[in-house]
Unconditional design. Structure first.
Length: 243
């Protein structure tokens, strides 16, 4: 369609848009980003809480010099009540057009906000300062959700839950079930008398003893006598040679 930036089929989609909105396009962009690709019930609940200042809107893009919010886990955000109320009104119009077509459940497949017109505004009393007055536009497209897809999702969830339960039950049964008892064979009876006859006591092996070789002790008197005898023998030999 020419009036929408998102191409869709009228039979399976419902739409609504608003031109020339007197609101900040930055706030509208942040609000639209929080409900994109969500179910209509979830989106309406979020917008109603934000309009009553129960839940802040998370700002991801235009968040310069914004305060951190405890409800958002320390991330930046604020309460744009004007923008929230405008988006909520257009969303309800789109839901009403979907109800006329017979849609029971719908999903926000496309939502966007843009800056539309800007008009010059001059200050009073002949001053030269100039300020622009900007307007915005919003468009919403809802997609029909078939009942078959819901049934399939529910069946898959139930199947996954059943498998998880069965796995838990098996774990519990394995823990609680006692271990199979193995029959312990009684050891054979042995007569002590036969052991004495059959088995000989092995004596412990002693380490080899080193034989001590003691040298004979020599006394000083014997050494002196041997020296004297050797001297007398040499003298006698000399006398015999001289004769």
């Amino acid at each position: 369609m020419k009036s929408y930036s998102y191409k869709f089929d009228k039979e399976s989609y419902a739409s609504a848009r608003l031109e020339g909105v007197d609101a900040s396009h930055k706030d509208l962009i942040e609000v639209c980003g929080r409900i994109r690709n969500k179910n209509i019930e979830v989106a309406i609940d979020l917008l109603e809480k934000a309009s009553n200042m129960e839940l802040p809107i998370l700002y991801k893009r235009y968040n310069k010099r914004l305060g951190h919010r405890r409800e958002l886990g320390g991330q930046k955000g604020r309460y744009p009540q004007k923008a929230v109320k405008i988006v909520l009104k257009i969303l309800k119009n789109a839901i009403a057009s979907g109800r006329q077509k017979g849609f029971d459940s719908m999903l926000i497949s496309h939502i966007s906000a843009n800056r539309k017109f800007e008009y010059p505004r001059l200050s009073s009393k002949g001053r030269r300062s100039r300020q622009g007055f900007g307007l915005s536009r919003i468009e919403i497209v809802l997609k029909k959700l078939t009942e078959l897809s819901k049934e399939v999702k529910k069946a898959e969830k139930h199947a996954n839950k059943d498998e998880a339960k069965e796995a838990e039950i098996k774990k519990v049964e394995t823990k609680d079930s006692p271990e199979p008892k193995t029959e312990q064979q009684s050891p054979p009876q042995i007569n002590p008398e036969k052991e004495k006859t059959d088995v000989k006591k092995e004596e412990p092996i002693k380490p080899a003893e080193k034989k001590k070789t003691e040298k004979p002790r020599v006394k000083l008197k014997d050494i002196q006598k041997s020296e004297k005898g050797s001297d007398s023998d040499t003298k006698s030999k000399k006398k015999a040679t001289n004769k």
